[in-house]
Write a protein that binds this ligand. Sequence first.
Ligand SMILES: [Zn+2]
Length: 281
Amino acid sequence: MTSSECLYSAKDGMVSLGPEGIALRRWLETRLSELEKVCSPTQRSYPPMLPVKDLARFDYFHNFPHIALCAAPVSLDAIQGSYGGKPHGQLEIIRHEDLADSEYVLPSAACYPVFFDLQGATIETTLHTGVMAQCFRNEPRYEGLIRLRAFSMKEIVCVGTLESAQAHLILFRNEISQLLQSLGIPFSIRPAVDSFYDKASSRAVMQRLVPVKEEFLYEDQLAISSLNLHRNFFGERCGIKLPGGQPAFSSCVGFGIERWMHTLLSHFGGDLQRIERALAG
Ligand SMILES: [Zn+2]
C-alpha cells in the first residue's frame, strides 16, 4: 500500500480515505465537536436526498441549477424495452431519455433539512442544531480535496430572533479564529456573495450594504468555513415563526471537512503526528 493509499486518493471529484485519512478526519471532527460546545447544539441527521418540491421553495433551481445533481430512477419503459445501446456489462452512462423524472436532489449544503423540519413551528427559545452531511455539487472541474463533487459539510444552525442569529455568527467567528490561531494556520476573513439570493434581487443589493456572508480563507485563497446570516428568508419560506407571529431569523456556520483536511495537511507538511498533537491542543 502506498502512502497516498494510506491517506487518501481523489478521483473524479470523489475521495477515498485510507486508515491515516480516517484518523485525520476523526481528530478534526473531535476538535470541531469540542468547538461547537459553546452553543451545545442538538445533533440531527437527515436523509441523503432532498425533495425537489421542498428545495424549489428556496428558489434553488432558479439560483443554482448549475450545481444541482438530481437522482432519478431508470424509467419503467426503458427497463421493459432495451436501454443503454450496449451490452450492459459495458454501460458507462444511462442516457437521460432512459431515466424517469427526478423527484429528489442530492443536497449541496447541510442546513436545508433543518428548515424543512421546522416547517410551521413557533420558536419559543433559540434553537441550535448540529448537522453533518454528505453534500454534492456539479462543478466544471474537480481538484484534490479542495473542489469535490461529493464532500462532507458540518454545519451549526441557529434559528431564533435576528439578535440571536447574529450573536451565533459573532460567537463562531471568534471561536474559529481562535482555533486557527492556536493551530498557527494563516487565514483571513472576507465578505462573500451569499448564494441563497438572486444576484439581481433587492436582497442581494441589501446584502452588499450589510455583508451577510463571510468566509475564512486559508492563505487568502481557499474557503474552509463560512458564516451565513439568512435573515428571515428560511423563516418566511417555511412558515417558521417567532412567538409574536413574525418569521424567525436564522444563521449557519459551515465547515468544509475535506478542505480543512487539505489545510491541515498543507500547513503541517503532511506530518500526521504534528496534526494530531495540534488538534488535541
Ligand atoms: Zn447553511
